[in-house]
Design a protein around this ligand. Structure first.
Ligand code: APR
Length: 320
Protein backbone atom coordinates (compact mmCIF):
# COMPACT_ATOMS: atom_id res chain seq x y z
CA UNK A 1 0.00 0.00 0.00
CA UNK A 2 1.33 3.43 -0.92
CA UNK A 3 2.30 5.72 1.93
CA UNK A 4 -0.14 8.49 2.86
CA UNK A 5 0.69 11.94 1.45
CA UNK A 6 1.00 14.88 3.82
CA UNK A 7 1.04 18.38 2.34
CA UNK A 8 2.36 21.20 4.50
CA UNK A 9 1.23 24.61 3.22
CA UNK A 10 3.78 27.02 4.65
CA UNK A 11 7.36 25.93 5.17
CA UNK A 12 8.34 28.39 7.90
CA UNK A 13 9.12 27.59 11.54
CA UNK A 14 6.05 25.42 12.17
CA UNK A 15 6.02 23.94 8.64
CA UNK A 16 9.64 22.77 8.90
CA UNK A 17 9.04 21.26 12.34
CA UNK A 18 5.90 19.51 11.07
CA UNK A 19 7.88 18.01 8.17
CA UNK A 20 10.59 16.69 10.46
CA UNK A 21 8.08 15.18 12.91
CA UNK A 22 5.96 13.61 10.14
CA UNK A 23 9.07 12.00 8.65
CA UNK A 24 10.46 10.74 11.96
CA UNK A 25 7.06 9.27 12.85
CA UNK A 26 6.75 7.80 9.33
CA UNK A 27 3.24 9.21 8.94
CA UNK A 28 3.73 9.38 5.17
CA UNK A 29 5.52 11.14 2.35
CA UNK A 30 5.78 14.89 2.87
CA UNK A 31 5.34 17.78 0.43
CA UNK A 32 6.40 21.19 1.75
CA UNK A 33 4.79 24.09 -0.13
CA UNK A 34 5.68 27.77 0.25
CA UNK A 35 5.71 30.93 -1.90
CA UNK A 36 9.31 31.69 -0.86
CA UNK A 37 11.17 29.76 -3.57
CA UNK A 38 14.10 27.78 -2.20
CA UNK A 39 12.84 27.56 1.39
CA UNK A 40 10.59 24.49 0.99
CA UNK A 41 13.14 22.79 -1.28
CA UNK A 42 15.98 23.51 1.15
CA UNK A 43 14.08 22.30 4.20
CA UNK A 44 12.85 19.15 2.42
CA UNK A 45 16.42 18.25 1.39
CA UNK A 46 17.84 19.01 4.83
CA UNK A 47 15.22 16.82 6.53
CA UNK A 48 15.66 14.02 3.95
CA UNK A 49 19.37 14.05 4.80
CA UNK A 50 18.50 13.35 8.44
CA UNK A 51 16.84 10.11 7.26
CA UNK A 52 19.89 7.84 7.23
CA UNK A 53 20.75 8.66 10.87
CA UNK A 54 17.14 8.65 12.03
CA UNK A 55 16.29 5.60 9.93
CA UNK A 56 12.93 6.70 8.54
CA UNK A 57 11.32 5.75 5.25
CA UNK A 58 9.59 8.85 3.94
CA UNK A 59 10.05 10.90 0.79
CA UNK A 60 10.30 14.68 1.15
CA UNK A 61 9.72 17.24 -1.56
CA UNK A 62 9.79 21.03 -1.48
CA UNK A 63 7.75 23.02 -3.98
CA UNK A 64 6.18 26.35 -4.96
CA UNK A 65 3.66 24.62 -7.25
CA UNK A 66 0.25 23.62 -5.86
CA UNK A 67 0.09 20.78 -8.41
CA UNK A 68 2.59 18.91 -6.21
CA UNK A 69 0.07 18.59 -3.35
CA UNK A 70 -2.29 16.66 -5.65
CA UNK A 71 -4.12 13.87 -3.88
CA UNK A 72 -2.81 14.75 -0.41
CA UNK A 73 -4.49 12.83 2.43
CA UNK A 74 -3.71 15.52 4.99
CA UNK A 75 -2.96 19.24 4.52
CA UNK A 76 -1.60 21.24 7.44
CA UNK A 77 -1.76 24.99 6.88
CA UNK A 78 0.71 27.39 8.51
CA UNK A 79 1.00 29.84 5.62
CA UNK A 80 0.87 33.47 6.69
CA UNK A 81 2.65 35.68 9.16
CA UNK A 82 3.24 35.06 12.88
CA UNK A 83 2.97 37.78 15.51
CA UNK A 84 5.73 39.89 17.00
CA UNK A 85 5.97 41.13 20.61
CA UNK A 86 3.09 43.47 21.47
CA UNK A 87 0.81 42.05 18.77
CA UNK A 88 -2.28 39.98 19.47
CA UNK A 89 -3.26 37.09 17.23
CA UNK A 90 -6.17 39.24 16.02
CA UNK A 91 -3.74 41.83 14.57
CA UNK A 92 -2.85 39.26 11.88
CA UNK A 93 -6.39 39.00 10.53
CA UNK A 94 -6.23 41.20 7.43
CA UNK A 95 -3.00 39.82 5.98
CA UNK A 96 -3.64 36.18 6.83
CA UNK A 97 -7.19 36.28 5.43
CA UNK A 98 -5.73 36.95 1.97
CA UNK A 99 -3.36 34.03 2.45
CA UNK A 100 -6.29 31.74 3.38
CA UNK A 101 -7.99 32.63 0.09
CA UNK A 102 -5.07 31.46 -2.04
CA UNK A 103 -4.43 28.41 0.16
CA UNK A 104 -8.12 27.44 0.21
CA UNK A 105 -8.31 27.61 -3.57
CA UNK A 106 -5.06 25.64 -3.91
CA UNK A 107 -6.44 22.87 -1.70
CA UNK A 108 -9.85 22.92 -3.42
CA UNK A 109 -8.25 22.47 -6.84
CA UNK A 110 -5.60 19.90 -5.90
CA UNK A 111 -6.46 18.02 -2.71
CA UNK A 112 -10.24 18.16 -2.22
CA UNK A 113 -10.33 14.86 -0.30
CA UNK A 114 -7.76 15.89 2.30
CA UNK A 115 -8.26 16.30 6.03
CA UNK A 116 -7.21 19.92 6.51
CA UNK A 117 -5.72 21.21 9.76
CA UNK A 118 -5.33 24.99 10.03
CA UNK A 119 -2.77 26.53 12.39
CA UNK A 120 -2.60 30.07 10.97
CA UNK A 121 -3.82 32.78 13.37
CA UNK A 122 -6.21 34.24 14.38
CA UNK A 123 -7.10 30.59 14.38
CA UNK A 124 -10.88 30.36 14.76
CA UNK A 125 -11.53 32.96 12.04
CA UNK A 126 -8.84 31.59 9.71
CA UNK A 127 -10.11 28.01 9.85
CA UNK A 128 -13.62 29.29 9.08
CA UNK A 129 -12.32 31.30 6.11
CA UNK A 130 -10.27 28.34 4.91
CA UNK A 131 -13.36 26.12 4.91
CA UNK A 132 -15.32 28.80 3.02
CA UNK A 133 -12.62 29.37 0.41
CA UNK A 134 -11.85 25.66 -0.08
CA UNK A 135 -15.48 24.50 -0.05
CA UNK A 136 -14.42 21.23 1.62
CA UNK A 137 -16.93 19.58 3.99
CA UNK A 138 -16.76 21.20 7.46
CA UNK A 139 -15.95 17.87 9.12
CA UNK A 140 -12.75 17.72 7.03
CA UNK A 141 -11.52 21.23 7.92
CA UNK A 142 -10.42 21.81 11.51
CA UNK A 143 -8.27 24.20 13.51
CA UNK A 144 -5.43 23.32 15.86
CA UNK A 145 -5.61 25.28 19.09
CA UNK A 146 -7.17 23.29 21.93
CA UNK A 147 -4.56 20.51 21.82
CA UNK A 148 -1.81 23.14 22.18
CA UNK A 149 -3.56 25.22 24.84
CA UNK A 150 -4.35 22.03 26.78
CA UNK A 151 -0.74 20.85 26.44
CA UNK A 152 0.46 24.13 27.90
CA UNK A 153 -2.05 23.79 30.77
CA UNK A 154 -0.96 20.17 31.35
CA UNK A 155 2.71 21.15 31.40
CA UNK A 156 2.16 23.93 33.97
CA UNK A 157 0.02 21.62 36.12
CA UNK A 158 2.64 18.87 36.04
CA UNK A 159 5.22 21.39 37.31
CA UNK A 160 2.90 22.53 40.11
CA UNK A 161 2.12 18.98 41.26
CA UNK A 162 5.53 17.48 40.44
CA UNK A 163 3.93 14.58 38.58
CA UNK A 164 4.39 13.19 35.09
CA UNK A 165 2.74 15.16 32.29
CA UNK A 166 1.37 11.79 31.11
CA UNK A 167 -0.93 11.65 34.14
CA UNK A 168 -2.32 15.16 33.71
CA UNK A 169 -5.26 15.58 31.37
CA UNK A 170 -6.77 18.98 30.70
CA UNK A 171 -9.35 20.67 28.56
CA UNK A 172 -9.13 24.17 27.13
CA UNK A 173 -12.12 25.20 25.03
CA UNK A 174 -13.39 28.33 23.30
CA UNK A 175 -11.47 30.60 20.95
CA UNK A 176 -7.67 30.52 20.66
CA UNK A 177 -7.20 33.97 22.18
CA UNK A 178 -7.26 35.86 25.44
CA UNK A 179 -10.79 34.58 26.13
CA UNK A 180 -9.92 30.86 25.89
CA UNK A 181 -11.58 28.72 28.56
CA UNK A 182 -9.37 26.34 30.57
CA UNK A 183 -11.90 24.04 32.25
CA UNK A 184 -10.57 23.11 35.69
CA UNK A 185 -13.56 20.88 36.49
CA UNK A 186 -12.82 18.68 33.48
CA UNK A 187 -9.06 18.67 34.03
CA UNK A 188 -7.59 15.89 36.14
CA UNK A 189 -4.44 14.41 37.62
CA UNK A 190 -4.70 10.63 37.61
CA UNK A 191 -8.47 11.05 37.26
CA UNK A 192 -8.79 13.48 40.22
CA UNK A 193 -10.42 16.77 39.11
CA UNK A 194 -8.46 19.96 39.87
CA UNK A 195 -11.06 21.41 42.31
CA UNK A 196 -10.70 18.23 44.39
CA UNK A 197 -6.92 18.64 44.40
CA UNK A 198 -7.37 22.16 45.80
CA UNK A 199 -9.54 20.69 48.58
CA UNK A 200 -6.92 18.00 49.20
CA UNK A 201 -4.30 20.70 49.72
CA UNK A 202 -2.19 19.81 46.66
CA UNK A 203 -2.42 23.43 45.54
CA UNK A 204 -4.37 26.60 46.36
CA UNK A 205 -7.12 28.27 44.36
CA UNK A 206 -4.81 31.30 43.89
CA UNK A 207 -2.07 29.15 42.40
CA UNK A 208 -4.54 27.39 40.15
CA UNK A 209 -5.92 30.74 38.98
CA UNK A 210 -2.37 31.86 38.16
CA UNK A 211 -1.79 28.67 36.12
CA UNK A 212 -5.04 29.27 34.22
CA UNK A 213 -3.89 32.80 33.40
CA UNK A 214 -0.41 31.59 32.35
CA UNK A 215 -2.15 29.13 30.02
CA UNK A 216 -4.19 31.94 28.46
CA UNK A 217 -0.99 33.92 27.99
CA UNK A 218 1.05 30.89 26.90
CA UNK A 219 1.54 32.01 23.30
CA UNK A 220 2.45 35.59 24.29
CA UNK A 221 4.99 34.28 26.82
CA UNK A 222 6.88 32.52 24.02
CA UNK A 223 6.56 35.51 21.65
CA UNK A 224 8.00 37.72 24.38
CA UNK A 225 10.99 35.43 24.82
CA UNK A 226 11.69 34.73 21.13
CA UNK A 227 11.07 38.33 20.00
CA UNK A 228 11.34 37.37 16.32
CA UNK A 229 8.36 35.04 15.92
CA UNK A 230 5.96 32.78 17.76
CA UNK A 231 5.97 29.25 19.16
CA UNK A 232 6.60 26.39 16.75
CA UNK A 233 7.68 23.15 18.44
CA UNK A 234 4.54 22.58 20.53
CA UNK A 235 2.15 23.87 17.83
CA UNK A 236 3.68 21.43 15.35
CA UNK A 237 3.51 18.51 17.79
CA UNK A 238 -0.14 19.27 18.52
CA UNK A 239 -1.10 19.28 14.83
CA UNK A 240 0.80 16.04 14.25
CA UNK A 241 -1.22 14.44 17.07
CA UNK A 242 -4.40 15.42 15.19
CA UNK A 243 -3.07 14.25 11.79
CA UNK A 244 -2.08 10.90 13.29
CA UNK A 245 -5.55 10.49 14.83
CA UNK A 246 -7.04 10.91 11.35
CA UNK A 247 -4.55 8.80 9.40
CA UNK A 248 -4.71 5.91 11.90
CA UNK A 249 -8.44 6.24 12.62
CA UNK A 250 -7.59 6.50 16.32
CA UNK A 251 -10.92 8.05 17.41
CA UNK A 252 -8.96 10.40 19.71
CA UNK A 253 -10.99 12.75 21.88
CA UNK A 254 -9.20 16.07 21.37
CA UNK A 255 -10.20 19.70 21.80
CA UNK A 256 -10.16 21.31 18.34
CA UNK A 257 -11.59 24.34 16.57
CA UNK A 258 -14.42 22.50 14.82
CA UNK A 259 -17.60 23.48 13.00
CA UNK A 260 -20.32 23.42 15.68
CA UNK A 261 -23.92 23.40 14.54
CA UNK A 262 -26.25 22.31 17.29
CA UNK A 263 -23.95 21.24 20.14
CA UNK A 264 -23.26 23.54 23.11
CA UNK A 265 -26.16 25.73 22.04
CA UNK A 266 -24.27 27.01 18.98
CA UNK A 267 -25.62 27.43 15.48
CA UNK A 268 -22.89 27.34 12.85
CA UNK A 269 -19.57 28.55 14.21
CA UNK A 270 -15.93 27.38 14.31
CA UNK A 271 -14.76 27.36 17.92
CA UNK A 272 -12.77 25.13 20.27
CA UNK A 273 -14.84 22.18 21.50
CA UNK A 274 -14.15 18.55 22.46
CA UNK A 275 -14.18 16.41 19.29
CA UNK A 276 -13.55 12.84 18.21
CA UNK A 277 -11.06 12.57 15.31
CA UNK A 278 -11.00 9.40 13.20
CA UNK A 279 -10.97 8.38 9.56
CA UNK A 280 -14.10 10.46 8.95
CA UNK A 281 -12.38 13.63 10.13
CA UNK A 282 -14.30 15.30 12.94
CA UNK A 283 -16.61 12.37 13.67
CA UNK A 284 -18.29 13.88 16.70
CA UNK A 285 -18.55 17.14 18.60
CA UNK A 286 -18.92 16.28 22.27
CA UNK A 287 -21.84 18.22 23.72
CA UNK A 288 -20.51 18.68 27.26
CA UNK A 289 -22.49 20.43 29.94
CA UNK A 290 -21.05 23.63 31.34
CA UNK A 291 -21.95 25.15 34.68
CA UNK A 292 -22.94 28.83 34.91
CA UNK A 293 -19.47 30.41 35.32
CA UNK A 294 -18.03 28.11 32.61
CA UNK A 295 -20.90 28.95 30.28
CA UNK A 296 -20.32 32.67 30.85
CA UNK A 297 -16.62 32.33 29.98
CA UNK A 298 -17.46 30.21 26.92
CA UNK A 299 -20.12 32.72 25.74
CA UNK A 300 -17.58 35.56 26.03
CA UNK A 301 -15.10 33.57 23.99
CA UNK A 302 -17.75 32.72 21.37
CA UNK A 303 -18.57 36.44 21.09
CA UNK A 304 -14.90 37.24 20.47
CA UNK A 305 -14.76 34.60 17.70
CA UNK A 306 -17.97 35.95 16.16
CA UNK A 307 -16.40 39.41 16.12
CA UNK A 308 -13.40 38.09 14.16
CA UNK A 309 -15.65 36.32 11.65
CA UNK A 310 -17.58 39.57 11.13
CA UNK A 311 -14.27 41.39 10.60
CA UNK A 312 -13.39 38.84 7.87
CA UNK A 313 -16.74 39.41 6.19
CA UNK A 314 -16.18 43.17 6.28
CA UNK A 315 -12.85 42.70 4.47
CA UNK A 316 -14.10 40.23 1.84
CA UNK A 317 -17.82 40.42 1.08
CA UNK A 318 -17.67 37.15 -0.89
CA UNK A 319 -17.56 35.56 2.60
CA UNK A 320 -20.78 37.12 3.81
N1 APR B 1 1.16 30.74 0.52
C1 APR B 1 2.05 29.88 1.05
N2 APR B 1 2.95 30.22 2.01
C2 APR B 1 2.93 31.48 2.44
C3 APR B 1 2.02 32.44 1.94
C4 APR B 1 1.11 32.03 0.92
N3 APR B 1 0.23 32.87 0.39
N4 APR B 1 2.26 33.61 2.59
C5 APR B 1 3.25 33.38 3.47
N5 APR B 1 3.67 32.10 3.39
C6 APR B 1 4.73 31.42 4.12
C7 APR B 1 5.94 32.28 4.40
O1 APR B 1 6.78 32.37 3.25
C8 APR B 1 6.59 31.53 5.55
O2 APR B 1 7.57 30.61 5.12
O3 APR B 1 4.26 31.03 5.40
C9 APR B 1 5.41 30.76 6.19
C10 APR B 1 5.13 31.16 7.62
O4 APR B 1 6.20 30.76 8.38
P1 APR B 1 6.74 31.62 9.62
O5 APR B 1 6.80 33.07 9.25
O6 APR B 1 7.99 30.97 10.11
O7 APR B 1 5.56 31.47 10.69
P2 APR B 1 5.28 30.24 11.69
O8 APR B 1 5.97 30.49 12.99
O9 APR B 1 5.50 28.96 11.00
O10 APR B 1 3.71 30.47 11.97
C11 APR B 1 2.77 30.37 10.92
O11 APR B 1 0.98 29.78 12.42
O12 APR B 1 0.83 29.82 14.75
C12 APR B 1 0.54 30.49 13.57
O13 APR B 1 0.53 32.78 14.28
C13 APR B 1 1.22 31.82 13.51
O14 APR B 1 -0.06 32.62 11.68
C14 APR B 1 1.20 32.10 12.04
C15 APR B 1 1.37 30.71 11.42
Amino acid sequence: MARPKIALIGAGQIGGTLAHLAAIKELGDVVLFDIADGVPQGKALDIAESGPSEGFDAALKGTTDYADIAGADVCIVTAGVPRKPGMSRDDLLGINLKVMKSVGEGIRDNAPNAFVICITNPLDAMVWALQQYSGLPPEKVVGMAGVLDSARFRHFLSLEFNVSMKDVSAFVLGGHGDTMVPLTRYSTVGGIPLPDLVQMGWTTQDKLDAIVQRTRDGGAEIVGLLKTGSAFYAPATSAIEMAEAYLKDQKRLLPCAAWVDGALGLKGLYVGVPTVIGAGGIERVVDIKLDKPEQEMFDKSVDAVRGLVEACKAIDDSLA
